[in-house]
Design a binder for this molecule. Structure first.
Ligand SMILES: NC(=O)C1=CN([C@@H]2O[C@H](COP(=O)(O)OP(=O)(O)OC[C@H]3O[C@@H](n4cnc5c(N)ncnc54)[C@H](OP(=O)(O)O)[C@@H]3O)[C@@H](O)[C@H]2O)C=CC1
Ligand SMILES: CC(C)(CO)C(=O)C(=O)O
Length: 354
């Protein structure tokens, strides 16, 4: 009997790459995407993966949500966080009773997926490879990065091992964890910094290497790690992000060493700018700031923790989304200002937008 396909819901930068690698390895995989032209190209001419990691073209059967038929036991969700609810509404009729949704996203989407599908039908993943959807049928694979999979209750089941093995087809160093939340919170710390880099036109690496911006980047990491601690999560590190370096009371030198490692890691990718920067500067659309960063500020409030940098960051990203501010060094300086004069770089330049 033919193997039952894994369904990837969202065939963009993250989902499309998984689909292309799995199909190339002969795995049964199908994809769903709302971009009809992209779905058509992936199905007929093939999805072109390009960039320094590997270049190949691979046909992967891809349909639009309205064309999905039947039920699937294994669905990988790879849409932006703000599309999670609408994508889940569309996919739930196609999720088998004994199936599950594996989130391959940034943020705490597993919470919403568990609310909608049930905790028993939810699995988590943390992904840190870098990729950009370029146009229908073309994705840039900029760099390899950490890939981790785990159950939201921490228990490793046969299905977890099965999907770990699938992920290893794509990333041989993929990790199977009993604490996926530790990685997701680690990525939230790094993610907050990435949102700050997107306030500017500069590359991720240039931001991490800029002495004037480093104290603010560290402050963001610290705010997220303080909230993680209040949530009783001990974040795990990856690709230069060392969560202990940003923990309450940690040494400043450790945080600076982690920022230097992030400058180095992000210097070695063909994806020079974050997905957030790309949403703002290239796709001209809303970012994941509310479900990814706004949500941390909300959780912080429930613990009575102040997060001035995260709160200001959310407002500044909204300003850029809505055309009230440019992506500029001045906009970054407004973020630094939220931290008070003791943080270097906090003074807004006279030409800046207050
Ligand atoms: N790209 C990267 O390097 C990394 C991304 N991530 C995270 O991975 C997640 C996915 O991001 P990424 O792959 O970059 O995003 P993309 O926008 O490249 O891909 C998502 C795809 O899903 C489509 N889509 C949107 N809504 C639906 C829906 N309801 N049903 C089916 N398809 C839909 C999108 O179409 P449309 O564009 O028209 O909305 C798009 O083609 C995000 O949480 C991101 O933060 C994590 C690590 C790295
Ligand atoms: C930078 C990256 C690819 C993580 O490495 C990311 O998560 C993003 O673009 O938002």
């Amino acid at each position: 009997m033919a193997e039952e396909p894994v369904l990837i819901w969202g065939a963009g930068a993250i989902g499309g790459i998984l689909g292309a690698y799995w199909a190339r390895a002969g795995r049964a995989v199908e994809m769903v995407d709302i971009e009809a032209a992209h779905a058509r190209t992936c199905s007929i001419e093939g999805l072109q993966i390009e960039g320094p990691v590997e270049e190949f073209r691979q046909v992967v059967k891809t349909v639009t949500p309205g064309e999905v038929k039947g039920r699937y036991r294994r669905i990988v969700l790879a849409v932006k966080a703000q599309a999670t609810k609408s994508a889940m509404t569309l996919l739930l009729p196609h999720l088998a009773e004994d199936g599950y949704v594996l989130s391959a996203q940034n943020g705490l989407n597993e919470r919403l997926i568990a609310d909608m599908a049930g905790p028993g039908r939810t699995m988590g993943a943390f992904v840190n490879y870098g990729s950009d959807w370029q146009e229908p049928g073309r994705i840039l694979f900029g760099n390899r990065g950490a890939v981790v999979i785990g159950e939201i209750d921490g228990k490793i089941r046969p299905r977890t091992r099965e999907m770990h093995e699938w992920l290893q087809v794509f990333e041989p160093e993929a990790v199977l964890t009993e604490d996926i939340w530790a990685y997701l919170w680690g990525k939230l710390g790094y993610g907050a910094m990435l949102f700050a880099t997107a306030l500017t036109p500069d590359s991720m690496s240039a931001n991490f290497a800029d002495p004037a911006r480093i104290p603010t980047l560290i402050a963001l990491g610290r705010e997220v790690m303080a909230v993680a601690e209040a949530e009783k999560v001990t974040p795990r590190g990856f690709n230069g992000f060392d969560p202990k370096a940003y923990a309450p009371g940690a040494d400043e030198a450790a945080a600076r060493a982690s920022i230097a490692a992030l400058a180095d890691f992000t210097a070695q990718t063909a994806k020079t700018h974050s997905g957030i920067w790309r949403d703002l500067a290239v796709r001209r659309r809303k970012t994941e700031v509310d479900p990814q960063i706004g949500v941390i500020a909300q959780i912080a409030q429930s613990h009575g923790i102040a997060t001035p940098a995260l709160t200001r960051l959310v407002a500044l990203i909204h300003d850029i989304e809505e055309g009230r501010r440019p992506q500029s060094g001045e906009t970054f300086a407004v973020l630094s200002e939220a931290l008070g004069p003791e943080v270097p770089g906090a003074e807004v330049p006279s030409s800046g937008v207050a």
